[in-house]
Design a protein around this ligand. Structure first.
Ligand code: SF4
Length: 579
């Protein structure tokens, strides 16, 4: 018997915190001046110790900032006069104030200039509220209790705003009371929708679980509010900072436990908590969990992704008009399996943050997996040599050398300083691009080289289709892995381009792929007309990709599994059309 774990969709970093963490990590990867954060970046001990390890210092006094230092203003923002002092100190300001907090500053400034008295419903000691008060000038009051309402001057027009993480019910009660007591009141509900959403979700989650575990810093205001909201529903709520604080005896023998996390909790901490919870003995039937574990094993071990690449060889043969042969499948399967595995094993530091469970798996079976990958490489070379003609063997051999060389330094050390990298892996954005090229080349050219003939527009178009589907897949996972990649200083596509532009690029790629496939098959000029059916799995892929944009916290291997299903569907359609 096991315990089921249900995770709230809006768990982990909110937009503002994610943006601030990304800004700090990007700045720390550029070594041009000592880096500080003005106050702790977020209220999360794991993230703070990580930043410390990276040499980023916390500074609280603007007058102590050294000249030429770089100072990151955290998501909470600061009063305008603090920015002014930092500027005068000669330091560079990197402003990571959350755009939503910046908007509240703008409202307050405008309203104060109109001569209105500003009431901020929030904790006067919270850094965000302190910053907001700085934008208001003198006529301002932070209100965190009904008693404080007596301090509001009765003869002035009043503007009410909220601390962005304020409890919705408290805000409504206070603003109603202000409206009742004073005549000229305008109210701006500036509570962030991320906070609304989290609090609403906790209430809903509480209805279907036996207990809720809330993950986040003990001094994180929004995490503590989530605990309050959960407790108000009557469900047992436990506030923990990491998986080490889970008390097994309290949760043992429950059926379902809910998990949510504050806006400053990184995904890898949530993943570790969920991993540990799933191991606790519960009251649920274990059948579905075994299926889920089997699915996770297929994804973690790279067997599922390799199968997806294998299935695309059916599509490749169909588009190029070749007779399918089983070695094509095995070669694509083996190549993608071994290359992904070897590259991931050499990239274990980033996996620690992007996917702690996968790291545990690799650490446990790493040696066996490496040996297995090497055996697989030998086997596919054997297949290519003895079951196909000589050219695919040569091509595969070159692809294996390039794939293995991806992680090895090949640039002479005297050049490294000039060009900035020693391995292909270190070229910014190379992972996304090289992975897509690797998929496209193996899936398209192994069948083509086996059958020979003139290289035509058909081969090029098939390569483009395979390249694009692999690009969409890799770029989507790179988006998900931004946090871990930034921590270890990797420069993937989304890190080079930024999140917004990467989302746009992925969206445009999906659009281009759909139009390209439609035109080339509908005209039946290059692809067979039935290739139009592939648009259905591509549409399914697009839906998943867009869903992952709006919910960056897809726990475990669901996203990977469901995205790869799109390639299996394409393969089955091709199989059906061919036979
Ligand atoms: S909770 Fe909302 S306002 Fe606060 S940092 Fe996050 S996104 Fe910005």
């Amino acid at each position: 018997m096991i315990m089921r774990v249900k995770i709230a969709r809006a768990s982990g970093f909110c937009m503002g915190v994610r943006r601030a963490v990304n800004i700090v990590l990007s700045a720390s990867n550029k070594k041009n001046g000592k880096l500080f954060t003005f106050g702790p970046l977020i209220h999360n001990p794991q993230v703070l110790s990580l930043l410390k390890e990276k040499g980023i210092e916390i500074i609280d006094d603007p007058l102590k900032i050294p000249k030429k230092g770089r100072v990151v203003i955290r998501a909470h923002g600061v009063p305008p006069d603090v920015k002014e002092i930092i500027h005068r100190q000669g330091a560079q300001i990197i402003d990571a104030t959350c755009p939503k907090v910046a908007k509240v500053h703008a409202i307050i400034k405008k309203e104060a200039e109109r001569g209105r008295f500003i009431v901020i419903i929030g904790d006067p000691n919270h850094p965000e509220v302190k910053g907001l008060m700085g934008s208001a000038g003198k006529n301002v009051l932070a209100v965190d209790s009904f008693e404080k309402l007596s301090l509001i001057p009765t003869n002035e027009p009043i503007t009410v705003v909220a601390q962005t993480t304020q409890n919705e019910e408290f805000f409504n009660q206070i603003q109603n009371e202000i409206k009742r007591k004073f005549s000229e009141v305008s109210v701006f509900n500036t509570i962030c929708d991320s906070t609304h959403k989290r609090q609403r979700e906790v209430k809903n989650l509480a209805k279907g679980v036996d207990a809720i575990v809330i993950v986040g810093g003990k001094n994180s205001a929004n995490t503590r509010r989530l605990v309050e909201v959960a407790k108000e529903t009557g469900v047992n709520a436990y506030h923990i900072e990491s998986e080490k604080e889970i008390k097994e005896e309290r949760l043992k023998n429950l059926s379902i436990v809910g998990v949510t996390a504050g806006a400053s909790t990184p995904n890898w901490v949530i993943s570790q908590v969920v991993e540990k919870l799933e191991k606790i003995k519960g009251r649920e039937s274990s059948f579905f969990i075994w299926i889920k574990r089997f699915r996770n094993f297929l994804v973690k071990s790279n067997i599922f992704i390799a199968g997806a690449a294998g299935m695309l060889t059916f599509v490749s043969c169909f588009l190029q008009g070749f007779l399918f042969r089983l070695p094509f499948f095995f070669i694509a399967f083996g190549y993608i399996f071994s290359m992904h595995l070897i590259n991931r094993l050499t990239d274990i530091d980033a996996i620690k943050f992007n996917d702690p469970a996968r790291r545990e798996f690799y650490e446990r079976y790493g040696k066996v997996l490496i040996i297995f990958s090497l055996i697989v490489i030998v086997m596919i070379l054997f297949f290519a040599r003895f079951y196909l003609s000589f050219n695919p063997f040569l091509f595969l051999f070159a692809a294996v050398v390039i794939g293995l060389g991806y992680n090895f330094p090949f640039i002479p050390s005297s050049w490294v300083k000039k060009i900035g990298f020693s391995k292909i892996k270190e070229i910014p954005g190379s992972k996304t691009l090289f992975t897509a090229i690797g998929w496209g080349a193996i899936i398209t050219f192994i069948p083509y080289l086996h059958y020979g003939g003139d290289f035509s527009i058909k081969q090029l178009s098939t390569f483009i289709v395979m390249f694009l589907v692999a690009f969409i897949r890799t770029a989507t996972f790179d988006m998900r892995d931004i946090q871990g990649d930034l921590i270890v200083g990797k420069e993937t596509f989304p890190i080079v381009l930024g999140e917004k532009r990467s989302k746009l690029l992925i969206t445009m790629t999906i659009l281009f792929l759909s139009i390209f496939l439609f035109l080339l098959s509908a005209s039946s000029f290059i692809f067979p007309v039935h290739a139009i059916f592939f648009l259905a799995p591509i549409g399914y892929l697009a839906l998943l990709v867009f869903a992952s944009f709006s919910n960056p916290f897809w726990y475990t291997y669901s996203l990977e599994f469901f995205i790869d299903i799109a390639f299996y569907l394409m393969g089955f359609i091709a199989l059906f059309l061919m036979f």
